[in-house]
Design a protein around this ligand. Structure first.
Ligand SMILES: Cc1cc2nc3c(=O)[nH]c(=O)nc-3n(C[C@H](O)[C@H](O)[C@H](O)COP(=O)(O)O)c2cc1C
Length: 224
């Protein structure tokens, strides 16, 4: 059963070591009988025109959703952010009637340029790496998804090939064993958070043009 959806987001795989290795291993193991489907979002959408229906269908078929990306400015690369903006739609993923992702697991697998020591109060990244996860965790909660402890590979630029290979093996091993991970045995299911109406722009009815607020144009010379 293909119950794992892997979303890989790297804007420049040609110059990647970590994600190129992940992509290679995960594509190789994604043959017949594999538990996962790999979607490389930068390869699928080089024009940034995301097929929302296809992405939502892939999400619906999954029980575990994995986001694989390099840390970029302490967050996700821009195409994955756009994917999130469009695919986790109001009334679908969250808000009134938005229960499509309820009960699924979300796992973040990231690499960082900064070393583990740099992600400390006395290091140049100043915060422990966990300080950067609340936006992800809260996103999961709003969608009713259980946020699993992230897998982080630090110091990506100075790793020996053996360390990258070990990271790939750890990931594949976890995918094969999910959900039988000792580290999540005690995690409670997620209770979906609320997004009250009025906190998002109104959704236009089909066929109704979005209403634009009138803009006060500065008066031109002729109009004056
Ligand atoms: C635009 C950009 C922003 C980055 N921001 C961060 C960052 O905020 N923190 C960090 O530790 N590394 C940062 N990096 C380094 C990447 O995380 C690193 O290059 C990547 O994890 C290496 O993985 P790869 O071999 O798959 O490319 C950044 C790199 C780029 C290109």
């Amino acid at each position: 059963m293909q119950d794992i959806l892997l979303l890989l987001a790297h804007p420049d795989l040609e110059h990647s070591r970590v994600h190129a290795a992940l992509r290679k291993a995960l594509s190789r193991d994604a043959g017949a009988g594999a538990r996962w489907q790999l979607r490389d979002v930068y390869a699928l959408y080089p024009d940034y025109c995301i097929d929302v229906a296809a992405e939502q269908a892939a999400l619906q078929a999954a029980r575990l959703v994995v986001w694989l990306h390099p840390l970029h400015w302490y967050g996700m690369p821009p195409l994955l952010k756009l994917w999130l903006d469009e695919v986790f739609a109001y009334g679908w993923a969250y808000g009134p009637g938005g229960t499509q992702l309820n009960g699924k697991d979300l796992w973040l697998v990231v690499s960082t340029g900064g070393t583990e020591a740099s992600y400390r109060p006395d290091g140049h990244n100043r915060f422990f790496i966990d300080a950067f996860w609340p936006p992800y965790e809260q996103t999961a909660q709003l969608a009713g998804m259980r946020f699993l402890p992230p897998l982080v590979l630090h110091g990506a630029h100075h790793l020996a090939q053996a360390e990258i290979d070990a990271h790939v093996d750890t990931l594949v091993d976890h995918l094969q064993r999910w959900p039988d991970w000792p580290e999540i045995a005690d995690l409670m299911p997620c209770i979906q958070g609320e997004a009250p109406e009025g906190e998002r722009p109104p959704v236009a009815d089909a066929g109704e043009a979005p209403r634009a607020e009138p803009i006060d144009e500065p008066a031109t010379e002729a109009a004056r």
